[in-house]
Design a protein around this ligand. Sequence first.
Ligand SMILES: C[S@@+](CC[C@H](N)C(=O)[O-])C[C@H]1O[C@@H](n2cnc3c(N)ncnc32)[C@H](O)[C@@H]1O
Length: 492
Amino acid sequence: MQSFVAWFKSHSGFLDDSSLGIVDLQGQGRGTMALKDIPENHTLFTLPRSLTLSIRTSTLPSILGAETWEAFKLGQGWVGLIFCMMWEEARGSASKWSEYLASLPISFDTPMFWGPEDLEELRGTAVVDKIGRPDAERDYYEKLIPAIKTRPDLFPPDSIAHLYSLERYHIMGSRILSRSFHVEKWDGQSNDEDESEANTSAMDVDAADSPDKGDHNEPEDDGGSDEDDADDPADVAMVPMADLLNARYGSENAKLFYEESELRMVSTKPIKAGEQIWNTYGGPPNSDLLRRYGHVDLVPLPQGDVGNPADIVEIRADLAVSVVTGNRAELSSSSTNTSIQERIDWWLEEGGDDVFVLETDLSVPEALPSLVRLLLLTETDWEKARDKGKPPKGKVDSQVISLLLQVLSQRLNEYPTSIEVDEELLRDGKLTLNKRHAVIVRLGEKKILAGALEKLREVEKSLLSVGAGDKVKRPAASKEPGDARRSKKARR
Ligand SMILES: C[S@@+](CC[C@H](N)C(=O)[O-])C[C@H]1O[C@@H](n2cnc3c(N)ncnc32)[C@H](O)[C@@H]1O
């Protein structure tokens, strides 16, 4: 670390090393610690924008030329930045970032690097479908390697196997996934609108004099190809020193701000000597923490347990459709398969959700009973709803409740084990790190499902006592369908 700090300072980085120490922390790698009491709003370190590593600052894009950059689509997603990092690393001491790159990890606890046995432990969780290894590898084979082959003068063929290997590519991708920031170009002023934007990133960079703006970049996969990742890939930057800060749910006490020519890490709360200096990664659920960073958060929960208060469970709309259609005969619905397909297509076209998200407040998002009711409508009512352009409201009656109970129970069965088994596995303490992480992620999700099921059963009981068929509002207040936190837009 000493040579990294010396490098940082020799490149115009300022570090208040009387206040901040870089330390090794059990189970967290390196982190930063207050060496004395730090008041709020204290500058911990600054660095010039030119010391960040991005496709704006690396020498590669100009050497390769704009035409090649564009021809191989290196400006889309993360492949360009990965390429720049490989290039800068390959240049050794000729690169401005050699000491920085040498200080970064080369192994990760993220599921991207897990074997099939460990991955099986994540069955049912929101992690499995989002790892994105095939997308990342497609970029490597279809963009990076063909671009490299056009310039043997820059990339000698005998260097490709070690300097530009698929393994190095994944290492760089994982460094970006767990450590990059979103640093916008300076436009001369802070932009209040952006400040209030959803915090979708891992670590935050705020426009100076305007806390809570900008983010540690949070692309969805190594290919950066997710539809939500519409940000300019040139804004994705590696920020030396700032990426040494760890994060824990609800613990943030420092934040990175950007100014015209420099970035500044500032304390956002008083920090006592000996306390860790924490950034925020945006408060993701454990499934995302594990996928992007390779760790999970366990903090005390209001009900006395420990877990991550930001945990969620995703329920695919397909599951709700299969439960409702599987019950059709019993429900004596007159709808045909064609009509059901028409309803699903219409739902999606209207921007209905194809994934419903349950949170730790255990509310069922209104969009889920709304979809169930759409599927239950008689042909005449379905045609009316379609003509009005309005799906049914998310109210529940005993029929809808019974279907929701089946949806949630079937979702619970998608995990390989029960809550009791997972609790026992954790108590036992014999799990490997990957397995322990997988059990924590799936247990957090299962507890949400179990809690939501219990809540629904209570509503079912109260409905039965009021009289079958009575409609009531959903069991607990939840936001409208389309609320970004609870539900996702249809993806086809
Ligand atoms: C931005 S880096 C922080 C610096 C990092 N600890 C290091 O040694 O370089 C993010 C990584 O730090 C680790 N980390 C951050 N917060 C953590 C936490 N609360 N518990 C365990 N590991 C954590 C994870 O490995 C994560 O991928």
